[in-house]
Design a protein around this ligand. Structure first.
Ligand SMILES: [Zn+2]
Length: 330
């Protein structure tokens, strides 16, 4: 019965628009050569098409994922990358929110890839962290959420804002979840059904290097009735100075507001984006980032109409040494 439900859900999910073909995903470049020498933390913003998935490997070789792309990306982009990196065990998976382009790959990852002899090995040893079981029926009945809930039964942990996850010598601090911030503030207007605004946001820190990853968290942009709650402005002082920004919501115009950039002052911005009908990344976001002196890297072009960002057409790799010095490559 459970497998029948999974097959029905997978059929629904893989019939959605904007999912990259298997050929497209297989054709993409993998990350640069593996170098485990030295005390290097490696972060890979994985090219999952239109979606999000970030792999973190600590200097000690512990690994985790933040988000899992969609189902096809999970199977044909994330699992091959784990194989390439020699990772046969994940410590954590953090799911920022329950939209299909962030959560859909979990079932594929947990099932493993026959070609790589990955079976059930991909069950995270430290748990799968999310923002907790939602109550709105619109979320519970969503096929992506239903498949997710089936796939992670027994391993699910709820995040608490202010909590810290340790991945070897790398720390991840949860600074927002469901509109609640690490200082106890509840951001006004964050509806329990608003998946984007409810995203988990966290800071990855190693040897003074700091990177923000916030799922599809919103910054107050958009016009009624699509105006979004401004989580970013209240969150910015808690985030403080960062080196790298994983741009929220694939460069949507409703995120990455000027106050967030002014307070967090990143040097690099990474946009995870694929073919889409949403206008991601939006020209106004690219302009704000460039006007703030921030160098932009994108996994794919998406709706980009400018030559300024660097389009990797593949994974983007950040490596940080134990002096906090870092490089961004693709
Ligand atoms: Zn998304």
């Amino acid at each position: 019965m459970k497998s029948a439900i999974i097959i029905i859900l997978l059929t629904l999910l893989t019939s959605c628009a904007n999912i990259p073909t298997i050929d497209e995903l297989f054709d993409r470049e993998s990350s640069q050569a593996i170098d485990r020498s030295g005390n290097i933390m490696k972060i890979v913003v994985i090219d999952v098409g239109q979606g999000d998935s970030t792999l973190i490997i600590s200097p000690e070789g512990e690994a985790m994922l933040i988000d899992t792309g969609n189902y096809i990306a999970g199977k044909h982009a994330i699992l091959p990358l784990l194989e390439h990196e020699g990772i046969d065990e994940l410590k954590y998976i953090v799911i920022t929110h329950y939209h299909e382009d962030h959560v859909g790959g979990l079932a594929a990852i947990k099932m493993g890839h026959d070609e790589f002899d990955q079976t059930d090995d991909m069950q995270p040893t430290g748990g799968i962290y999310d923002r907790g079981a939602p109550t709105p029926t619109s979320i519970i009945l969503d096929p992506s959420y239903a498949l997710y809930a089936l796939a992670n039964a027994g391993y699910r942990e709820s995040t608490r804002v202010g909590e810290q996850l340790d991945l070897g010598s790398v720390t991840l601090e949860i600074v927002a979840s469901s509109g609640l911030l690490a200082d106890g503030t509840k951001v006004e207007g964050v509806d329990p059904e608003d998946e984007n605004a409810s995203s988990i946001a966290l800071i990855i820190e190693y040897s003074g290097f700091r990177m923000f990853v916030g799922g599809d968290i919103t910054g107050g942009g958009g016009s009624p009735p699509y105006q979004t709650p401004d989580v970013e402005s209240e969150l910015a002082p808690l985030v403080g100075d960062i080196d790298v920004l994983k741009v929220s919501h694939h460069g949507s115009k409703t995120s990455t507001n000027q106050r967030f950039l002014d307070v967090t002052t990143p040097e690099f911005a990474i946009i995870s984006v694929g073919e889409n009908d949403h206008g991601h990344p939006h020209a106004s976001v690219i302009e704000r980032l460039l006007d703030s002196g921030i160098e932009i890297y994108q996994t794919e072009a998406g709706a980009l109409a400018s030559d300024d960002p660097i389009v990797a057409d593949g994974n983007i790799v950040i490596e940080v040494n134990d002096d906090g010095e870092y490089t961004v490559n693709y």
